[in-house]
Design a protein around this ligand. Sequence first.
Ligand code: ZN
Ligand code: ZN
Length: 139
Amino acid sequence: MVPGEPLQDPSDKHEEYPPIQCDACRSALESPDGMPSFLLIDQLTVPLVGCTDHLKQFKSVCGYTTTATAEILNHRPAGGVSCPSCHLAPYNPQQPVIQVQDGAVAVLACPEHQSEIITRFHAGLDTQQRLTAQFDASS
Ligand SMILES: [Zn+2]
Ligand SMILES: [Zn+2]
């Protein structure tokens, strides 16, 4: 991105986030009554909403940031959500979503864990890109 570059006319778009291209993610995000999935990574249990494919991608990217295994559960984990604030975090349509390729995943966690998981996701992406770049260079 070029600093100082004028933004495109903001008046014709009110969306804060780019449109989600993945229909399955979009419908998952639009029907918050559905049970969220849960990302288990290290000590964290984070409720997530998105389609199965993009949740899996999200999980594998976050997996780069741990030596343990990241896991997606499609049901509430047996021990519940360890953080009470995450447990109570309500779904809200203004929920920040994280873009995962052409899909998007909403993190239904307390602000603290939300930013932790977003940080991990970005760190994971960096790692993934480095690995991909190495792979490309050698092929
Ligand atoms: Zn999707
Ligand atoms: Zn929390």
